[in-house]
Write a protein that binds this ligand. Structure first.
Ligand code: TXA
Ligand code: MG
Length: 328
């Protein structure tokens, strides 16, 4: 029997209160949620994803005031950003409250917090009256899911229920900002840019680089990530065309994501060609769906045309670079 939205929320609530695993929709990507204050439930997340235990989880909250239950020494910047961007695609890293179990924080003294912007999940969180630990609902290292079908494809029966909230509107994971120092630092780029953060805080917000004096641990950001099962090659147009020609000679079958048309002469060597949106919001919204679609064709590799290097495309370029790490 098909459930109404309120029956689905009721069902999700009951499962979460019993320590179950529920996939939740957010504006960025789907999350795999469990009660953040129940260590056994949190453990199930790691098992279902195959994620290393030292990789911390984001705790999802119903509203900004709940920050105080999970973090201490909350700086003024955290309240300013929360007030401006929550609910929304921004995660704040703060010193953890002593009551927060180390198994959610991957053994770190800091905690990641976010209020997501999706009506079903916000209602769920308000009624749950606690925090939901939720990483992206994909197997470790794979492409994040942006629809309920993707979650099913990724995790099958490794979870108890999928709260279907339709396709995610933003399509790439939240911006993560580290606030445990006087200098705020972006640990992961996302829809909210460093300019947007800087203008709210009225001071520069830097990107973490390998030269940042004290490199902050973001365990999930080092490995190859967001990756299709097939090798992904990311090139600027000219190199992309050269590679297509070279692969065609080797009789390889390619799945292609690009901005303009590809030359007719290679068509027999393409399993599918997807023409991407030329504006960053539309591109981000459909990026993971397109990568999945191409990965599911008989292609033996994926060719992706690099998006522009201007500011609005940075988070997208970051995801594509990580997806392509396997082969570079
Ligand atoms: O948009 C999102 O952020 C989605 C939705 C579901 O909210 N969640 C998400 O979670 O992308 P996940 O676990 O796939 O990525 C969270 C990243 C990981 O790289 C993790 O290492 C990092 O955040 N992280 C979590 N807690 C941290 C902490 N205390 N310090 C530094 N990095 C942390
Ligand atoms: Mg993830």
């Amino acid at each position: 029997m098909i459930k109404t939205a309120s029956q689905s929320i009721e069902h999700a609530l009951a499962l979460l209160r019993q320590g179950g695993l529920v996939a939740i929709p957010t504006e960025t990507v789907y999350g795999l949620a469990a009660d953040a204050s129940n260590p056994e439930a949190v453990q199930k997340i790691y098992l279902a994803k195959g994620r290393p235990a030292n990789n911390p989880l984001i705790i999802h909250l119903p509203h900004q005031d709940a920050m105080q239950d999970w973090a201490i020494e909350i700086p003024r910047e955290a309240w300013q950003l929360a007030k401006h961007f929550w609910p929304g695609p921004l995660t704040l890293i703060l010193p953890k409250h002593p009551s927060v179990s180390m198994n959610v924080t991957g053994g770190q003294e800091t905690v990641a917090l976010r209020v997501p912007n999706h009506p079903l999940t916000l209602e769920l969180l308000h009624r749950f009256e606690g925090g939901l630990a939720a990483p992206s609902a994909n197997r470790y290292g794979r492409i994040s899911p942006t629809t309920a079908e993707h979650v099913k494809e990724e995790l099958g029966d490794r979870l108890d229920f999928i709260l279907d909230g339709g396709p995610c509107l933003i399509g790439i994971e939240s911006t993560i900002v580290y606030l445990c120092d006087s200098q705020p630092i972006i640990l992961r780029q996302g829809h909210i840019s460093s300019e947007a953060l800087s203008s709210v805080l009225e001071k520069p917000v830097l990107m973490q680089t390998p030269t940042t004096e004290q490199t902050i641990l973001v365990p999930g950001s080092s490995a190859s990530h967001y990756a299709p099962t097939k090798p992904l090659y990311l090139f600027e147009k000219e190199k992309l065309l050269e590679t297509a020609q070279h692969f065609a000679k080797e009789n390889r079958l390619m799945g292609v994501l690009c901005f303009g048309k590809m030359p007719q002469e290679f068509q027999a060597h393409f399993s599918k060609v997807i023409i991407a949106s030329d504006e960053p919001l539309g591109y981000a919204q459909t990026l993971y769906t397109h990568l999945r679609t191409l990965d599911n064709t008989p292609a033996d590799c994926l060719l992706v045309e690099a998006p522009p290097s201007s500011e609005p495309w940075l988070a997208i370029r970051d995801r594509l670079q990580r997806a392509s790490l396997k082969v570079t």
